[in-house]
Ligand binder design. Structure first.
Ligand code: HEM
Ligand code: HEM
Ligand SMILES: [Fe+2]
Length: 461
C-alpha cells in the first residue's frame, strides 16, 4: 500500500464480503423453495427471499466498486485521499441503508419495482452516499492534479451510475411507463456504465499485474467506451419488446443489443493481449486468475448467454423464464463479482503483511470451486429454462405443472450452488484470516508494470 488512506478500501471490502455471504444464504433458500414443501411459506416466501438475494447483490457489488475506487484513485493520482473521514461516514451510511432495507423487506416494506425495491428514504440515502463518494474522489484528483485515462473512464462510469439512478427516485402509476424507465437504471447500469467501471478496474489490474504498457491498455479502454455507447444505449430496447411500447422497438432492440457483446469481446482480447505481450510474471498469480477469469467469464455469461436470447424471435419464448436467470447469474458473476474479487486479491497482500503475495492454497480452492460451481449453476438454470420454455410456452402446459417436470434441474442447482457457496465461504475465510495493518504506508511496495513507464506514457494531464 503506497498511501495510508488506501486502507479505507479494506473496510469496504470487508462489508462487501459479509453481504456476499449473506446473499448466498438467500439464494440457496430461494432455490430450495422450487423443490418444496416450504415450511417458511408464510414467514419468508419466495418473493421475499429473492428480493433480499438480489438487493444484497446490488449493495455488496456497489460497496466493492466504492472500495476498489478508494484503492485505485490514490494509486493512480499518487496522493492521499481527500478525506478518509468522509469515506468512513459514507461506508457507515451505506451499510446501515443496506441492512435497514433488508430488515424492511422482511416486513414487506418495499416498492415492488424489481431490483429497485428500496423505499424512497433508502434511495435518498443512496443518493447522499453517491454524492459524498463523488465529492471525495473528485477532490482527491483535483488536489493531485494527476488524472489518468483509467481514472477518467472509472469516473465516467461512477458519475453516470449516479445520474442514471435518478429515474428510480420517481414513482409512475402506469406500469408500462414505470417499466420503461426502470431499464434506464438497470439496463444502462449493467450493460452500460458499470462496464466502464469494470473496464477501468481491468486496465488498472492488467497494468499492475502483467506489466502491460499503459498506453496500449488505455487505448483499449477508449475502444470499449465507444462500443458501450454505440451498442449499449439503444440496446436498452431489448427490454421493450413486450412491455406495451410501439413496435419499432423490436428491430432497434434486436440490432443494437446484438452488437453489445463486442465490448465484452474487446475486454477479453484486451486481457489476452496483455498476457501475451507481458507475461504472467507478477508474484500475485491469484489476482491474475481473478482478473483474466473475469474477462473470460463475462464474455461467456454476458456476451454469449446474453446474445442467446436477445433477438425478439427468441425472446418471445424465453422472456422472464429461467433462461433469464441463467444469463443473469453468469453475467453478474463474471463481470462484476469476479472483477471485485480480483481487486481484493490484488490489494489484500498489501494491507495484510502476513498474507503471501502469490495467494494461498485456500484462495485457489476458492477460485476453482466458485468458477466450477457457477458454471454448473448456469447449466442448471439453462436446462431448467429450456424445459420450462418448451413445456410452458410451446406445449401450453400450466406454470406449476411445468415446474414439477423440471425439479431435477433444481436438485442440480442446489448441488452446484453448494459447491459455489463453499468456494465463496473459503474466499471469505481467507479474507479475514490475516490481520490487516492499516496505519502505515509502504513506499517499498513494488508496483510492477508502472515503474518503467515514462510520465508521457502514463497519460498524465
Ligand atoms: C448459492 C448460489 C446461488 C443460488 C442457489 C442462487 C439462486 C437463485 C434463485 C433460485 C433465484 C430466483 C430465480 C427466479 O426468479 O426464478 C435467483 C435470482 C437471482 N440471482 Fe441468484 N443464486 C446464487 C448466487 C447468485 C450470485 C453469486 C449472483 C450474482 C453474482 C446471483 C444473482 C442473481 C440475480 C441477478 C437474480 C435475479 C435473476 C432474474 O430475475 O432473472 N445469484 N438466484
Ligand atoms: C455484464 C453485463 C450484463 C449483466 C450483469 C446482465 C444481467 C442481466 C439481468 C440481471 C437480467 C434480468 C433483469 C430483470 O429481469 O430485471 C438481464 C436480462 C437480459 N439481458 Fe443481460 N446482462 C448483461 C449483459 C447482456 C448482454 C450483453 C446482452 C445481449 C447481448 C443481454 C441480454 C439480456 C436480455 C435479452 C435480457 C432480458 C431477458 C428477458 O426477456 O427476460 N445482457 N441481464
Ligand atoms: Fe439489457
Amino acid at each position: 500500500m503506497r498511501y495510508r488512506s488506501q486502507s479505507v478500501a479494506y473496510w469496504y471490502f470487508a462489508v462487501a464480503m459479509a453481504l456476499f455471504g449473506l446473499q448466498l444464504v438467500f439464494g440457496l433458500l430461494s432455490a430450495a423453495k422450487y423443490l418444496g414443501p416450504d415450511p417458511l411459506l408464510y414467514i419468508l416466501p419466495f418473493d421475499v427471499t429473492k428480493v433480499i438475494h438480489t438487493n444484497l447483490l446490488i449493495v455488496w457489488v456497489l460497496a466493492g466498486f466504492m472500495g476498489g475506487t478508494y484503492w485505485l484513485v490514490p494509486d493512480e493520482s499518487r496522493t492521499e485521499l481527500h478525506s478518509t473521514k468522509l469515506a468512513y461516514i459514507q461506508l457507515i451510511l451505506w451499510t446501515l441503508m443496506g441492512v435497514a432495507a433488508i430488515i424492511g423487506y422482511l416486513f414487506r416494506y418495499g416498492t415492488g419495482n424489481k431490483l429497485l425495491e428500496q423505499p424512497l428514504p433508502h434511495k435518498i440515502v443512496i443518493v447522499i452516499c453517491m454524492l459524498i463518494f463523488l465529492y471525495n474522489i473528485g477532490m482527491t484528483i483535483k488536489k493531485s492534479g494527476r488524472f489518468t485515462t483509467t481514472e477518467g473512464v472509472l469516473l465516467l462510469g461512477l458519475v453516470s451510475s449516479a445520474v442514471l439512478f435518478l429515474p428510480a427516485l420517481l414513482h409512475y402509476e402506469n406500469y408500462t411507463v414505470s417499466i420503461y424507465y426502470r431499464w434506464w437504471t438497470i439496463h444502462l447500469w449493467v450493460e452500460g456504465v458499470w462496464m466502464m467501471i469494470m473496464g477501468s478496474f481491468l486496465a488498472y489490474l492488467l497494468i499492475r499485474l502483467s506489466g502491460a504498457d499503459r498506453e496500449v491498455m488505455e487505448k483499449w479502454l477508449y475502444v470499449i467506451v465507444g462500443l458501450v455507447f454505440i451498442a449499449g444505449i439503444l440496446g436498452t430496447a431489448h427490454h421493450y419488446y413486450w412491455v406495451g411500447v410501439p413496435q419499432y422497438w423490436l428491430p432497434i432492440g434486436g440490432l443494437f443489443s446484438a452488437l453489445e457483446p463486442a465490448a465484452l469481446v474487446g475486454m477479453a482480447i484486451f486481457a489476452y493481449s496483455a498476457m501475451r505481450r507481458s507475461g504472467l510474471a507478477h508474484p500475485n498469480a491469484q489476482a491474475l486468475h481473478w482478473t483474466i477469469g473475469s474477462a473470460l467469464f463475462a464474455l461467456f455469461g454476458a456476451g454469449l448467454l446474453g446474445l442467446a436470447h436477445t433477438f425478439p424471435d427468441i425472446n418471445k419464448w424465453t422472456h422472464g423464464t429461467l433462461i433469464t436467470a441463467m444469463h443473469g447469474h453468469a453475467a453478474f458473476y463474471g463481470a462484476y463479482a469476479m472483477i471485485i474479487l480480483a481487486m481484493i486479491s490484488y490489494a489484500l497482500p498489501q494491507m495484510c503483511p502476513g498474507r503471501p503475495e502469490k495467494g494461498t492454497t485456500m484462495g485457489y480452492w476458492a477460485f476453482w470451486m466458485q468458477v466450477g460451481g457457477m458454471f454448473g449453476m448456469t447449466l442448471s438454470f439453462a436446462t431448467a429454462g429450456i424445459g420450462q420454455v418448451y413445456l410452458e410456452r410451446v406445449m401450453g402446459m400450466g406454470y406449476l405443472d411445468a415446474q414439477l417436470k423440471i425439479q431435477v434441474h433444481f436438485l442440480m442447482l442446489i448441488a452446484t450452488g453448494t459447491i459455489f457457496a463453499t468456494g465463496v465461504g473459503l474466499y471469505i475465510f481467507d479474507f479475514f484470516r490475516y490481520r490487516p495493518v492499516l496505519d502505515r504506508a509502504d513506499d517499498t511496495v513494488p508496483v510492477s508494470g508502472d515503474v518503467g513507464n515514462t510520465e508521457a506514457e502514463r497519460g498524465t494531464v
